[in-house]
Design a binder for this molecule. Sequence first.
Ligand code: GLN
Length: 443
Amino acid sequence: MVKGVVVDAVNAVLANLCREFRELNSGHLATYIPPLARADPADFGIALASASGHRYQAGEADRLFTIQSVSKPFVLALALSELGAAEVFRRVGSEPSGEPFNAISLDPETGRPANPMINAGAIATTALVPAKGVEQRFSRILETLSGFAGRALDVDEEVYRAEAATGDRNIALAHLMRAAGSLTGDPSGALDVYFRQCAIRVHAVDLAVMAATLANGGVNPVTGARVVPEPVTVQVLAVMATCGMYDGSGDWLLRVGLPAKSGVSGGLVAVSPGRSGMGCYSPLLDTAGNPVRAVAALTVMSQELGLHLMHNPPPATPTLIEPGPGEGPGGAAWSRAGGDTAPGDPPAWVAAQGELDFTAAERLAYALAERLPEAGHGRAVIDLVHVTAVDAAAETLIRAVLERVTARGHVVGLVGEAAVPFSTQGVLLASRSAAAAWSRPPS
Ligand code: GLN
C-alpha cells in the first residue's frame, strides 16, 4: 500500500492553488463580531474530501475558526430531516433574495423570510428544529454538524458571547419576524441557539468532509455513518446553488457552477455532487461577504477539474473493472490489496473503462496504490484498454502519481491507446497478454 503517493499528488494540486491565490490581498476582515477582527488576514487553507472518503489539504487547512453562516445548510438539513420539505418551506422560502446576508428579506404579506441561507431565514430554520427547549435544540444541532464533520465539534465561547452582546441586527430581525408571525415562540431562545450554532469551531478539512457528506447522499464518506436521508441532500444542495453566496449567488453559479455556502469568518463549502466536497478558509471578504481567495481558487479549481454542474455529465459507468477470464495477470488472483509481495505473487493490476476525469483518476490511483507494497519494489500494470478518453485533469493527476510511484522504485507497465501520454512514466506494453508476460515474476 503506497497510499501516500496519491495523497501527495492531490495535495500538490491544492498546494498550487494555494500558492497562486495566497497573494490576493483584497477584501476586508469582518469586524462587527469583535473577535473576528483578530483573524490573521494572511491565512488561506483549502481542503478536498472525495465521496470515496479520502482527504486532501494545503495551507492553513487545520486552522480552527467559527463556522458562522456555513452552519446554515447543515441546520437546514436537520430541519428537513425532522419535518419534511413541505413544512420547512411553508415557513421559510426558497427564493434567492438578491440582497446581503443580513437584509430584512421578509415577504410583505406573510412575513416569511426569503430563504434559509440568509440570517432571517436561518434564525427561523433554527427555531424549527424540534426540541424540548433551547439546550436540547442546540445539542441536536451540534450533534448533527459533528456527524457531518465526522468528529465532535465544540463552541468558541468568546465568539458566541461577543455576537450575543453585539448582534442587534439579528435581534431586530427575530423580533420583526415574531411581529409578522413567521417566528413562533421566544425570539431570544431562537437567537441564543443561532448565535451558538454560528460559533461552532471547524477547520477547512472539517468543511470539506461536511461538504463531501452532502456530495455523498448524506452518508459521511469518512466515518460511513448516515447523517441525513438522501432526498434531504438534494433539497439542501438546490437551495445552496441558488442562495448560498448571498447577492453573489448568480455570478458564482455562472462561473463556478457548484452549490456552495460562505460565512463571515472566511469559511466556504462547495459541493460537487457524487464526487467531492471542498472546504476553504480565507478571512478576507469581498463586498458580498464571500471569502476572496476561496472564491478565486474554487473558480479555477472548478474549471481545471471540470466540476461545473452544467457540463454534460460523463456516462455513469464504473471506472474500475476486473479483467475477464484469460485477461489480466492470468491464472492467479488478479490483485492483492496491500501487504508485501512474495515471489510468485501476481503483480498489481488495475483496469479502468470509459472516460477518466479527475474523480475517476483518483479512484484508479487509489486502487493502484492499495495494491503496491509499501516496502520493496513492485511491478504494476495499469490497463487502460477500455478507456475512451482521459481529460486534462485526469492526465495531470495520473502523471503526478506515476512520478511518485516510480520514484519509490516501482515499475509500472501500461496497456492501451489511452496510456500513450504516460510513456515516459512507465513501460508501454502492446497488449494485455504482453503485459501479463511482462509482469510475471521470473520463475
Ligand atoms: N453569525 C453571523 C451573523 O449572523 C453569520 C453571518 C455570516 O456568516 N454571513 O451575522
